[in-house]
Write a protein that binds this ligand. Structure first.
Ligand code: NAD
Length: 494
């Protein structure tokens, strides 16, 4: 059995009381659940306690997975899209049955409130169903030729055995966006979730395995991230790599992919600007976008970060956002009523302190928060930094934490210029713009995704992805499946 953990950090909320078990972490290689002699601890970020151990794959195990993914691809890609959809639908049903348990593992290893983990599991199930269905529509096309006796067919086929590496911030969503799109398109996949949050990904893979995905078609490994990714990407068996995580790691993986001309999808970091115009309902906007800011303690690639506010509504917006930050109930995500959990690890608390210290030195006004919380677990106060200037480190590097930077602007031209200042372009938001300005923002904001009067920009059926240094390729929507497909042209003289 796994290791028991039942202590909350006591910062807020009523502790659930019951002891939670955390599962033994194993890898799935060639259809067998397996461990390794080398392991590392899994830490509950709310308590600082070790709750489990995650195995590291040996080179021999990675080679075994590579051999198996080739065989798994042959079998899975030969199955009809309809048959594949049946297996994936069964996996969705199993995930539904198991979602409460998996959500608890997610909160224990990552820290987010249990309500957020449950919503994440619903998204996992939704993506599985979307990909199962949409995978049946890999149509290809017939192209009219120039000579009557020539027939041109563009056939869509799975790209081949794939591998994926994902970050810890959405232990379920990040994993399913790789697994369901790869399998839905007919590819085999070796997935490596973050070693910091292994159980959620393991249970997702288990549901697909139990649903009947063939041996080798879906495998799970853990290890030293750089060793695993180097080894898998260098193999000629691997035809596609997909990564969710930071820009520097994404660039590193792209360099490795270049050596083998392996196709890549990169879902990297962002630094989302939020443009608030005079016409916005300030209280309602601050509530909506502020709630979104502190979701997952700000550890979200599309988290609203740079709040660019029109001068006439600047001070009311700062006050309203401060009130939202102060209304957060910070604590152990398993406790009732908690709205914000800890950061993933102590290193991120240190990073928040650096961002805040630097902003203070440059004259920022901290209206609330600004410090670590408690003496157990990696908690940081929901923080609002007003009067931010663009030279502050936080205005240039993704904070990936519960920090909101607010700055006054004199109008739409300045807001667009400042929104577009960085090399990343993942998500952007605008509130209260008139029709004409909204049209202008739709064309001029350099971003992969723009939310106008809403932060809800992601569904299983919509494309999710960034531009510039936020990466390329999409997950979600028909684009998410296309990322795992290639086109073959057949020309027949008849
Ligand atoms: P990090 O860059 O060290 O790690 C991010 C993730 O990449 C981790 O899960 C890690 O296991 C994985 N990783 C690292 N090196 C790898 C390699 N060589 N091969 C394969 N995977 C590898 O950063 P961190 O301290 O864990 O997180 C902080 C930063 O990461 C933030 O500033 C944020 O920009 C970024 N981040 C972005 C996302 C996203 O969704 N875009 C998610 C998590 C973290």
């Amino acid at each position: 059995m796994g290791i028991e953990s039942g202590k909350g950090c006591g910062l807020a909320g009523q502790h659930v009381g019951t002891l939670m078990t955390y599962p033994d972490i194993e890898m799935l290689i060639d259809g067998e659940w397996t461990g390794s002699a080398t392991t590392e601890p899994v830490i509950n970020p709310a308590t600082g306690e070790e709750i489990g151990r995650v195995p590291h794959a040996t080179t021999a195990q990675l080679d075994q997975a590579l051999a198996a993914t080739k065989k798994g691809f042959a079998e899975w890609s030969a199955a009809s899209p309809w048959a594949r959809a049946q297996v994936m639908e069964k996996a969705a049903r199993l995930l539904e049955e198991r979602k409460e348990t998996i959500a608890r593992y997610c909160t224990m290893e990552m820290g987010k409130p249990i309500g957020e983990s449950l919503i994440e599991m619903d998204f996992v199930i939704g993506v599985t169903r979307w990909c199962a269905e949409e995978g049946r529509r890999a149509y290809g096309r017939l192209i009219p030729g120039r000579a009557p006796d020539h027939r041109y067919s563009a056939i869509v086929e799975p790209v081949g055995p794939s591998c994926a590496f994902v970050a810890w911030n959405f232990p379920g969503t990040n994993v399913i966006r790789k697994v369901a799109h790869a399998l839905g398109a007919g590819c085999s996949l070796i997935v490596k979730p973050s070693e910091e949050t292994p159980a959620t990904g393991m249970e997702i893979v288990r549901a697909f395995h139990d649903a009947g995905v063939p041996k080798g078609a879906l495998q799970l490994v853990f290890g030293v991230p750089d060793n695993v990714s180097r080894h898998l990407i260098a193999s000629p068996i691997t035809k596609k790599v997909s990564f969710t995580g930071s820009v520097p790691v994404g660039k590193h993986l792209l360099r490795l992919s270049a050596d083998t001309v392996t196709r890549a999808t990169m879902e990297l970091g962002g630094h989302a600007p939020v443009l608030v115009f005079e016409g916005a309902d300030i209280e309602a906007t601050a509530k909506l976008v502020g709630g979104f800011k502190f979701r997952n303690a700000g550890q979200v690639c599309i988290s609203p970060t740079r709040f660019l506010i029109e001068k006439p509504v600047y001070e009311p917006f700062v006050d309203a956002l401060t009130a939202v930050a102060e209304s957060q109930n910070v604590g152990n995500g398993l406790d009732d009523g908690v709205t914000m959990g800890p950061l993933i690890a102590e290193r991120r608390v240190d990073a928040m302190e650096r961002f805040v210290g630097d902003a203070k030195d440059r004259g920022a006004r901290i209206t609330t928060g600004g410090q670590r919380m408690g003496n157990q677990g990696s908690f940081f106060n929901p923080t609002v930094l007003a009067d931010m200037t663009d030279d502050a480190v936080m205005m240039n590097e993704e904070p990936f934490g519960p920090l909101a930077a607010v700055s006054a602007c004199s109008g739409v031209d300045e807001m667009i210029t400042r929104a577009n200042r960085l090399e990343v372009g993942l998500a952007a938001y605008a509130f209260g713009a008139d029709r004409q300005t909204s049209d202008r923002l739709s064309q001029e904001i350099e971003t992969g995704m723009l939310g106008i009067n809403t932060p809800m920009i992601s569904l299983p059926e919509t494309p999710f992805g960034g531009i510039d240094e936020s990466g390329y390729g999409h997950e979600g929507g028909i684009e998410g499946l296309a990322a795992y497909q290639r086109t073959r042209l057949i020309v027949e003289r008849v």
